[in-house]
Design a protein around this ligand. Structure first.
Ligand SMILES: C[C@H]1O[C@@H](n2cnc3c(N)ncnc32)[C@H](O)[C@@H]1O
Length: 227
C-alpha cells in the first residue's frame, strides 16, 4: 500500500497523531520523524516546527525522501469566520499566504510572483476528509485558510485579513505547505481545528485548547485512513 505523509507543526499536534500509529519507529533526519502504520497504510509523521519556511522545507524533504502518494497537514488555527467555534474543524478548499505583499508592482495582496494566490488543496483527499468527518458527526466547515509568519492576536487585524482575503481561519503553515506540495506533485489536504478567535484571548485560548483540538484532529485522521 502506498505511503501516507502526515505533517504537524507542533509537538502536541504530532503527539496526538503518534497515538494513532502502530509499529512506530523514530527515524533519523533534520526533523522529528516517526514511521508506522495507521489503518490500511504505512505512514510517516513529520513534526515540522512552526512557520512557513519550516513547513515548506519539511514538505519538500518528505516528498523527496518518502515519495508519499497522499499527505495531510494537521493542526490548530484561529477563527476569522465568526461562525467558527472552539474545536470546530476547518478543512481548506484553498489557502493564501496573507503576508506576501508585492502590491507595489500592482499585484493583489497575497499574490505570489508566480501569479498564484489562493492555493487549492487536493480535491479528492479533501472530500474524503469531509465525508469521514460528517459520518463521525464532527462539526466541520470547508473554507479558506490564511497563513503568515505571525501569531494573530488582534481582533482588528483578524477582521482585516477576513475582509481582504475572505478567509475563515488563520495559522502559520498551511498555504506554504500546500504550495510546496502542489509544486512537487504531492496531493495534500489541509485540516485544522479552532483553538482561538485570533483576538487578545488567543494566546491563552491556544494553550488551553491545543491538546483537545489535537486529539480531535488525530481521531479524524485515524478514521480517514481506516475506512
Ligand atoms: C501557533 C501555532 O498554532 C497555529 N495557530 C493557532 N492559532 C493561531 C493564531 N491565532 N494565529 C496564527 N497561528 C495560529 C499556527 O499554525 C502555529 O503553528
Amino acid at each position: 500500500m502506498s505511503m501516507v505523509a502526515l505533517f504537524a507543526a507542533e509537538g502536541a499536534e504530532a503527539q496526538a497523531l503518534r497515538g494513532q500509529l502502530s509499529l512506530q519507529e523514530a527515524l533519523d533526519g533534520p526533523w522529528v520523524i516517526h514511521q508506522g502504520e495507521l489503518g490500511r497504510y504505512p505512514v510517516v509523521l513529520i513534526e515540522t516546527g512552526v512557520g512557513k519556511a519550516a513547513a515548506a522545507a519539511a514538505v519538500a524533504y518528505a516528498k523527496v525522501r518518502f515519495n508519499p502518494s497522499q499527505s495531510f497537514w494537521v493542526g490548530v488555527a484561529g477563527a476569522l469566520n465568526p461562525d467558527l467555534k472552539t474545536l470546530d474543524l476547518i478543512l481548506a478548499q484553498d489557502a493564501v499566504q496573507y503576508d506576501v505583499d508585492i502590491t507595489a508592482f500592482g499585484r493583489a495582496p497575497g499574490e505570489l510572483a508566480t501569479g498564484e494566490r489562493f492555493i487549492p488543496a487536493d480535491a479528492g483527499l479533501t472530500s474524503r476528509v469531509l465525508r469521514t468527518a460528517l459520518a463521525m458527526g464532527l462539526p466541520i466547515y470547508l473554507g479558506r485558510i490564511a497563513s503568515a509568519d505571525r501569531f494573530l492576536a488582534h481582533r482588528s487585524e483578524a477582521e482585516e485579513v477576513r475582509r481582504v482575503f475572505a478567509a475563515d481561519a488563520v495559522e502559520m503553515e498551511g498555504a506554504a505547505a500546500l504550495w510546496t506540495a502542489k509544486r512537487m506533485g504531492m496531493p495534500m489536504a489541509l485540516l485544522r481545528a479552532i483553538t482561538d478567535q485570533a483576538g487578545s484571548e488567543a494566546p491563552v485560548a491556544f494553550e488551553t485548547f491545543l491538546e483537545s483540538a489535537s486529539k480531535r484532529l488525530a481521531g479524524l485522521i485515524g478514521q480517514v485512513l481506516s475506512t
